[in-house]
Design a protein. Sequence first.
Lengths: 160, 390
Amino acid sequence: MDYHEMVDLIKERFPEAILGYKIFRGELTIEVDYREIVPVCTFLKEEEPFRMEVLTDLAGLDYGVEASPRFGIAYLLTSVEHIFRMRVKISFEEGTEIPSVSGIWKSAEWPEREAWEMFGIQFVNHPDLRKLLLPDDMKGYPLRKDFPTKGYHFEEPFRV
Amino acid sequence: MAETRYMTVNMGPQHPATHGVLRLLLELDGEYIVKTTPIIGHLHRGVEKLAEERTYHQFIPFTDRLDYTAGMNNNLAYVMAVEKLLGIEVPKRAQYIRVALAELQRIAAHLIWLGTHALDIGAMTVLFYTFRERETVINILEHVSGARLTPSYMRVGGLAADVPDNFETLVMDFVEKFPECIDGYETLLTKNPIWLQRTKGIGILSKEDALNYGVTGPVLRGSGVKWDIRKQFPYSSYEDFDFEVPVGTVGDVYDRYLVRLEEMRQSTRIIKQVITNMPSGEIMADDPKVSLPPKDKVYNDIDALIRHFKIESSGFEVPEGEVFFSAENPKGELGFYLVSDGSNMPARIKIRNPSYYNLAALPKMIEGSLIADVVTVIGSIDIVLGEIDK
């Protein structure tokens, strides 16, 4: 089944949720409305011909301070049964509440925590949203484009 | 009615058996573990943020330091992701050399795993033998790339330089005598009653859980899923070689041990095929955007000089788009998700680190086990904190 047929199948099932798709270097990326991400992901996980049992990666994205919408998330799904991959992307403004997919794939828990602490993406229905890689008292969202690489307190001596 | 409270014990970031700076909060009911919370981030270096201010070429040394036991494999995964984004083809000789080095590095990484895992459980002898063999491999890697642990040898489009003349002899000598060394390690452990008691039935991860948690590599294969990126999405001429993918049945520590031992044997098999069929030719792609001109041209021809200067100072521009490429590392599936905005620096690099996802499944694996089993299971999932914390 080729990529265009797959997209048609998804569009048939979710006519308003699919905002577009792209095929680049042999990879399929579909753009989804962020409000529908949980139904679309549940459909992709459980229904034939997709059966994408594995969420390989979840990446937060910042398109730039001037861009609108500013943030995005890319979900990379893999089907072990049918051996193919697909990317699902959503984009939204700052402060939007994004439904968590950790109820569908347990492997989403830690990457969503990381996306929250690095970009400030607010997830709802996440079992345990707290800082993962950064110190608990750190302020700011480091991977945003307006956060300087050296941080805000680079010149000060390190407080013990 | 008495209320049950569990005791919380901290297995601190400094611990000889956590394979790095990993902190585990264990809630205990006597000796049994009720809940575990891993706390990571002590080795977080902000690699993804630093990548946004460097060219694609300048990021290669950062990849060495992710999983510092498998430098060549990390280089390969990153460099192939950039090549996929650029859409360039690497010459056959470079692909074969890449496979040989990646498999040698896989053997070195598994030797560290075996030595330290056995040491954690108490079998100290194994460490000395595995590290002796590892010295031979690391010496070959140093001869080729100049560094033992951080080679930075792969380049976008091929390799930094061709391998030295005695590379094939050195590698064949190692590969001829290595299978008996693996047999030696097996005589110490595989049928040892203490080893069997400590590892059989411990840390079981079922097939459904393994897929749901997104674990990859020997942990996934130990749980019975035959999934190896080298076979399902072959890269860098892996389809030319004949090798098996070992799979376990139960998903316990013993299965993962057997899977990794067999992987070492299969890596030896692949390396033998690579060396016997090594083609001659170029080691860098013919694309003028990424490959440096030869040195004598640079000194004599103005166009070559200008091109050399442009590539060295500001790198190459990459078409706009995004790509994901993953390779089968010793720890699992290392992937790079590159987002490019058309300039010479990446807009976003997301590293899909295998040990991160494998560690997230640890609380599931040790629910209900004894404290002594925590160390066994951590050793069996083979984590490297440099990769988890990026």
